[in-house]
Design a protein around this ligand. Structure first.
Ligand code: GDP
Length: 201
């Protein structure tokens, strides 16, 4: 398995040079973008998928303001690590600032196969998560909700309760809870299903 960091996007002005005819720097693989609130476990999940510690696991939440592209020959796709969108409570201006930075990329990449929205299994979708799902779907993107850190749900009754609560919150915005994935990069739970989804894009 070979994984590598292939590019960093720090300014939307770089996009024109990076994306040509559906290719990213000459590479044809489909892209899968990963978004989520800071601290949701995005870097840990991306590193687990890559089988290498390439994505930076942040000590200071909300710092990253760059888009990173990673290739995985095993998964046959390019993982696009988008900046986290703020910390803790819903902040409309936070979402707007975040959206402004990545909007150009999301609109420019014609080979973006899917956007994975990461949600913390312990807390369920927050208002900012819901706003982001709305925003991405309005752009016409194929959005998938992935709940992280499911190892932190201690027993079966907590798992059932969390899934039910998440299902209710997502149903309000038209997301079918049966389509959600529940994973843990720490325990490996759900990772096979996620990997096989990526291989089949
Ligand atoms: P990011 O800010 O979204 O990139 O999140 P990180 O990957 O840096 O993780 C944030 C925190 O959550 C760190 O303390 C991780 O150790 C922890 N974390 C990440 N993945 C998991 C997981 O699957 N289970 C648990 N229990 N904690 C996790």
């Amino acid at each position: 398995m070979t994984s590598q960091h292939i590019a960093t996007l720090a300014d939307p002005a770089q996009l024109k040079g990076m994306l040509k005819g559906g290719y990213l720097l000459g590479r044809p693989e489909p892209r899968v973008a990963w978004v989520g609130r800071s601290n949701v476990g995005k870097s840990s999940l991306i590193n687990a998928l890559l089988g290498a510690r390439l994505a930076h696991v942040s000590k200071t939440p909300g710092r990253t303001r760059e888009v990173h592209f990673y290739s995985s020959s095993d998964l046959g796709c390019i993982l696009v690590d988008l900046p986290g969108y703020g910390f803790a409570k819903a902040r409309k201006d936070d979402i707007e600032r975040w959206a402004k930075f990545i909007d150009a990329y999301l609109r420019a990449d014609s080979h973006l196969a899917r956007v994975m929205v990461l949600l913390d299994a312990r807390h369920g979708p927050t208002d900012s998560d819901i706003q982001v799902v709305h925003y991405l779907r309005d752009l016409g993107l194929d959005v998938r909700c992935v709940f992280t850190k499911c190892d932190a749900l201690k027993n079966q009754s907590e798992r059932v309760q969390r899934r039910r609560q998440a299902g209710v919150a997502l149903a309000k915005i038209g997301v079918d809870s049966a389509s959600t994935l529940w994973v843990s990069s720490r325990s490996g739970d759900g990772m096979r299903a996620l990997e096989s989804e990526l291989r089949n894009l």
